[in-house]
Design a protein around this ligand. Structure first.
Ligand code: BGC
Length: 751
């Protein structure tokens, strides 16, 4: 029997029981129909399966699993295949542990670098975030395990995350915050979507009919099941009526009874419960069908893969004088994270890691280094001064000092946001002291999100490892000594200072109200548009080689524009380049748009001297913006500039393209339509010219430039109903109605 047939035979109580959890991690079984209970576990960058009985808060120890690099780094790889491969490895671990669905990936946008959970999210850019999330989902699900993209939607901060109300205009929602999920859903087809805790424009996400029914299902065609974030359900009946299918973790039988009573009293239709129960059941049956009872995985192989992935996620931010890669110098490793790396974040994604490789251990096979701990994770208290003295001595004796620094667990985590972007004071002091005695300093960073670097000019090189998973130490050594070239690029802007960030004045909001006043100008969209300098721009990342960008060519017209260009490795080592395509809108458009937006990226691996061709496709969505007047995507006519670059601030080539827009169809003609807007309707001049001749006194047809401009503007911005106010008896309702009718007719005939 399929899910629908089973649902037809279940009692109302049984159906309601499918809509809430059995315990912290399971759905409810229905033995009468041999419906099993499905286990869901946290991801997204490793399997967190609780070994023993699940406790109330799901905090018990979990089974050993591989801790892979977190999403911040995965996004920096700009590598869809890598994200898909990671998903596949997670899927294998889930199969081996009998887990039906793994919670993640997180597709929330990094609105502020302060968000405590940014390490778990991909990017400030929805295109990149959506592409990576979709790839992750495809990888997991190819192994017969469900993925659950989270947290839908607009969960961009941890402060008051269960009560905050994100007030966001629809354009910013559609173009930024929802766009990331849209791509993940349409291209990844996840089995499930997890609702966020917060409210979106006044209603909790888990009972927000507009989000769940109109957008997710209606606009995007999602056909899996929705689940609350753990403990996010506020009013279960309202949730189910609004398109929620499963509440987690468990409310015993209380909410099931409430749902049944609500159906009996007509507060909710039984059909709504049938639908929710069917969707959950489809997920459970899918998991049962694709269960591989013989699955096992090799932990060593996965650990090795974690190292390989980490190498691709690191970003070389600075490398003055080509200090890196190292070869043969006397090197000192300084900083606690060389021996005890910070390799994962805290909270629900915390993995019981199989084996952690630190750089100090990994370096043994490559070079002999000295080591000094340098600091302790007691950022507010003063460290034992001997740590600093020892570090200075080690730095002085070395030709190159490699500092392993970053953010401690107490600085960034699920559950709270940062309040500043600084490293702990004791680490800043360490950096300064080491730089004072050694001019060849490399900083290797272990952090989940951007930091300020007031010391940047004192160090020669910076290698951002993010929270690089359990094999991060090995990957750092591989990169430092050039076994492979760094190839990651930033999926987020590193601002010079916190007050430069676009939402500085509205993050984390006032009490429970968070106004997203910056609209679509999130991340680099803001910095690029206002021309603000950054510490490191979005898309930035260096390599041990150099790449040359050939001239781009537009290959064809049609609805999908194809752009190609050649990239050549003009250096001495094999390396990968991430080529980024940004689109710059026509000037003078109807709405204010970012100066550049990422619409494509390709990652190429090139041997020295090798050339490869990069091909990008731009569909009409790439050119469009969300038009709030007509609630849909609209393409404006005009000249767009296609920028091709090595980062958002390092555009190497550009080429213009004329695009024929949707034009008039965006204007909903009414009495409020201005003459300026109306004139763009084909044929409108015939209707409007005689009117202007009739209503404008002859003296007002001026030759004076200033006057002409003023008149054009006054008339251009005048709505049709303005005829009534200005021209007395002549501006009759009949006349106004007939103009509106004529324009509507013209508009229709132009379609
Ligand atoms: C987190 C989710 C997580 C869930 C289960 C929640 O607190 O926000 O991301 O999947 O707990 O652990």
């Amino acid at each position: 029997m399929n899910a629908k047939e089973i649902i037809e035979q279940l009692t109302l109580e049984e159906k309601a029981s499918l809509c809430s959890g059995l315990d912290f991690w399971h759905t409810k079984p229905i033995p009468r129909f041999s419906i099993p209970s499905m286990m869901m576990c946290d991801g997204p960058h490793g399997l967190r399966k609780q070994a023993s009985e699940s406790d109330q808060l799901g905090m018990n120890a979990s089974v050993v699993a591989t801790a892979f690099p977190t999403a911040a780094g995965i996004a920096a790889s700009f590598d869809r295949e890598l994200a898909e491969m990671l998903g596949g490895l997670l899927g294998e671990e889930c199969q081996a542990e009998d887990v039906g669905l793994i919670l993640g990936p997180g597709a929330n946008i990094k609105r502020s670098p302060l968000c405590g959970r940014n390490f778990e999210y991909y990017s400030e850019d929805p295109f990149l975030s959506g592409e990576m999330a979709a790839a992750h989902i495809r990888g997991v699900q190819a192994k017969g395990v469900g993925a659950c993209v989270k947290h839908f939607a607009v969960n961009n901060q941890e402060t008051r995350r269960m009560t905050a109300d994100a007030l966001v205009d629809e354009r910013a929602l559609r173009e930024i915050y929802l766009a990331s999920f849209e791509r993940a859903v349409k291209q990844g087809e996840p089995w499930s979507v997890m609702c966020s805790y917060n409210k979106v424009n006044g209603e909790y996400a888990s009972q927000n009919a507009w989000l769940l029914n109109n957008v997710l299902r209606g606009d995007w065609g999602f056909d899996g099941f929705t689940v609350t974030d753990w403990g996010a359900s506020v009013d279960h009946v309202k949730g189910v009526a609004a398109g929620l299918d499963l509440e987690m973790p468990t409310t015993g039988s209380l909410e099931d009874r409430r749902l049944v009573d609500a159906a009996r009293s007509g507060k909710i239709s039984e059909a709504a419960i049938d639908t929710a129960a069917r969707r959950v059941l489809e997920g459970v049956l899918r998991a049962r069908k694709s269960r591989d009872t013989s699955a096992i995985y090799d932990r060593e192989t996965h650990h090795h893969m974690a190292r390989k992935i980490a190498r691709e996620t690191a970003v070389l931010l600075k490398n003055d004088g080509g200090l890196l890669p190292l070869s043969g110098q006397r090197v000192a490793f300084i900083g606690k994270y060389a021996a005890k790396p910070r390799y994962q974040g805290a909270g629900s994604s915390h993995i019981h890691a199989y084996a952690v490789t630190c750089a100090l251990e990994a370096v043994r096979s490559v070079a002999q280094v000295t080591y000094a701990q340098g600091f302790d994770d007691a950022p507010d208290a003063r460290d034992n001064p001997s740590l600093l003295i020892e570090a200075i001595a080690a730095a002085r004796a070395a030709e190159v000092a490699v500092l392993f620094v970053g953010l401690p667990d107490s600085y960034e985590s699920e559950g709270f946001d940062r309040t500043h972007l600084r490293l702990p004071n004791n680490q800043i002091e360490l950096i300064r002291e080491v730089c004072a005695v050694n001019s060849n300093v490399v900083a290797v960073l272990h952090n989940g999100a951007p930091i300020e670097m007031p010391w940047i000019s004192d160090v020669k090189a910076v290698l951002e490892m993010y929270l690089g998973g359990e094999a991060v130490g090995g990957a750092a050594v591989d990169l430092l000594w050039g076994a492979v070239s760094p190839c990651g690029k930033l999926a987020e802007t590193f601002p010079l200072k916190l007050s430069d960030t676009p939402c500085y004045t509205s993050f984390p909001g006032d009490y429970d109200t968070v106004r997203y006043g910056e609209g679509v100008f999130v991340g680099y969209r803001h910095y690029a548009t206002v021309g603000k300098q950054t510490l490191f721009p979005f898309g930035h990342g260096l390599s041990y080689t150099r790449f040359e960008y050939g001239k781009p060519t537009i290959l064809s017209g049609g609805t999908v524009r194809k752009v190609s260009l050649d990239i050549t490795n003009i250096g001495d080592v094999c390396a990968k380049e991430i080529v980024q395509l940004y689109l710059s809108p026509p000037t003078g458009g109807a709405v204010s748009r970012p100066a550049q937006e990422l619409k494509g990226f390709e990652k190429l691996s090139l041997e020295p001297g090798e050339t490869k061709t990069c091909l990008f496709e731009l569909d009409s969505r790439a050119f469009s913006y969300w038009d709030e007047r007509v609630s849909r995507w609209v393409v404006e006519s005009g000249e767009y500039v296609i920028q091709l670059g090595a980062s958002s601030a390092d555009i190497r080539q550009s080429i213009s393209i004329m695009i024929e827009g949707d034009g008039v169809s965006a204007i909903a003609v009414s009495q409020d339509t201005t003459f300026g807007d109306a004139i763009s309707i084909p044929g409108a001049t015939q209707v409007l010219e005689p009117l202007l001749q009739r209503f404008l006194p002859p003296g007002m047809h001026s030759d004076d430039d200033g006057m002409k401009r003023m008149l054009d503007a006054t008339i251009g911005y005048m709505p049709i109903h303005g005829l009534r106010g200005f021209f007395g008896d002549a501006g009759t309702d009949e006349l106004i109605d007939s103009i509106v009718a004529d324009l509507k007719r013209l508009q229709q005939s132009s379609h």
